[in-house]
Design a binder for this molecule. Structure first.
Ligand code: NIG
Ligand code: FE
Length: 418
């Protein structure tokens, strides 16, 4: 079969393997690295990848050939944890943060997430759309082709719905594919102060059925944290969401370890996110239940903490790991997944191959898109991230600089000279 396009002569091409489940523990060290590699594309999908000169029958008279000598490529990067849609920003809290006021104290004083809730409630659909689009543009230029996006800055149906609708519209309009997560349980709204169970009932009885009916989100998430939602409350909400057919994620063990990980293991959530202060016992439970550990080291960095998630311990215990930005206006204002990948090396001590697996095939599993993205198996979407680097170690070594030079989405060049 002839290809529409063949990208040839990559110095190296990283091809994650897919054993039919997310790569766990030592499996994360695996992956094929092709040299002098080519990628043949047909109808926006991967036809085949290989080394050396592409086979003659791939090249027809209309086949476009592009040389990427001196560059390396990976499957399109997947950012599987973002709080993409929000009003305002929080640089006014920066001075407090520098003075040592903790993230949870700022929240308890009515700032933090609640400050963004006020700004998001006031923002129109168009304002939220334009702000989120700008973030997606940054992400795309940094090599990201798929993004998970959570609601959770409305904490009332009207605003939560507006956030979800922005995600749905951007999924249609933007090159980046979006996966929507409903997270009205991100904080206790001021109107419900001291009445968190009543708020959860409102989510369960009113909001979740509407989200399902209008197909506005695939996943449900909750912030299980001291001063926010307890483990029992998280168990209650997530088990109701599970009964209604939602896939589950949970923010757990971010700042204090209060049992979110037990809930993740019991309900077999797809992933548990953050895990900065995960315990040995928690890691064991997640490993047994095959919960993916989604680690967000730029959040630790931005919170100015030194409690980086115990990634090596997780691998040692056979867990699957993903890495993502947590892009949000408070605990992690960045859109740069490459920086997160570099922190994965510098602070979590993961290897470049483990990290590349984390943000491709494992991240595809974590957003339930393993059938269509995450590696270069034939028939998958031709989502490709190309780095201005001679080998796959270089983008980790040469840090804090955007090394992505081109991005293909569904076989189309969407970033050139990034
Ligand atoms: O993942 N932890 C809860 N939610 C976000 C922070 C959101 C915010 O501060 O606006 C997080 O870190
Ligand atoms: Fe988060």
């Amino acid at each position: 079969m002839t290809a529409d396009k063949v990208l040839v002569h990559f110095n190296q091409l990283f091809c994650p393997i897919d054993p039919g489940h997310p790569l766990r523990g030592a499996e994360m060290k695996e992956g094929q690295i092709l040299t002098d590699a080519y990628i043949a594309i047909k109808d926006g999908k991967i036809l085949e990848v290989g080394s050396g000169e592409p086979r003659a029958d791939l090249i027809g008279k209309d086949t476009e050939l592009c040389s990427y000598k001196g560059k390396v490529a990976t499957p399109g990067l997947i950012d599987c944890h973002t709080h993409l849609v929000y009003g305002g920003s929080r640089e006014h809290e920066f001075a407090k943060k520098l003075a040592g006021v903790s993230y949870l104290d700022i929240l308890a004083q009515g700032g933090g997430i609640l400050s963004t809730v006020r700004a998001t409630r006031e923002a129109s659909f168009d304002t939220l759309y334009q702000k989120s689009k700008r973030l997606l543009d940054y992400m795309l230029r940094h090599g990201v082709t798929t993004v998970e996006a959570k609601s959770g800055y409305g904490l009332d149906w009207e605003t939560e719905k507006r956030q979800l609708e922005v995600v749905a519209q951007l999924d249609k309009d933007h090159s980046i594919d979006l996966i929507s997560t409903f997270m009205a349980a991100h904080a206790i709204p001021p109107e419900y102060k001291g009445r968190s169970q009543e708020y959860l009932d409102e989510i369960v009885e009113k909001m979740l059925p509407l989200v399902k009916e209008e197909e506005l989100a695939e996943f449900c998430d909750i912030f299980c944290e001291k001063g926010v939602f307890t483990a029992d409350e998280s168990r209650y909400l997530l088990s109701k969401a599970k009964e209604m057919g939602f896939k589950l994620r949970i923010h757990a063990d971010e700042i204090e370890s209060i049992g979110g990980v037990d809930v993740a293991a019991e309900l077999e959530t797809v992933s548990a996110e953050h895990l900065m202060v995960a315990t040995d016992e928690g890691i064991e439970k997640m490993s047994q239940a095959h919960v993916i550990g989604n680690l967000l080291p730029a959040t630790t960095f931005s919170l100015m903490e030194d409690t980086y998630a115990p990634a090596l311990k997780m691998l040692d215990k056979g867990m699957a790991i993903t890495l993502s930005t947590d892009s949000n206006p408070g605990s992690c204002p960045t859109a740069n997944l490459q920086f997160v990948m570099q922190l994965g090396c510098f602070m979590l001590r993961l290897t470049p191959i483990e990290i590349l697996n984390a943000v491709t095939i494992n991240a595809a599993y974590s957003v339930a898109r393993e059938k269509t993205i995450g590696n270069f198996d034939s028939g998958k979407q031709a989502d490709i991230t190309i780095f201005d680097a001679e080998n796959l170690d270089y983008p980790f070594y040469f840090f804090a600089t955007n090394l992505v030079s081109q991005v293909y989405k569904n076989g189309q060049l969407v970033v050139e000279n990034g």
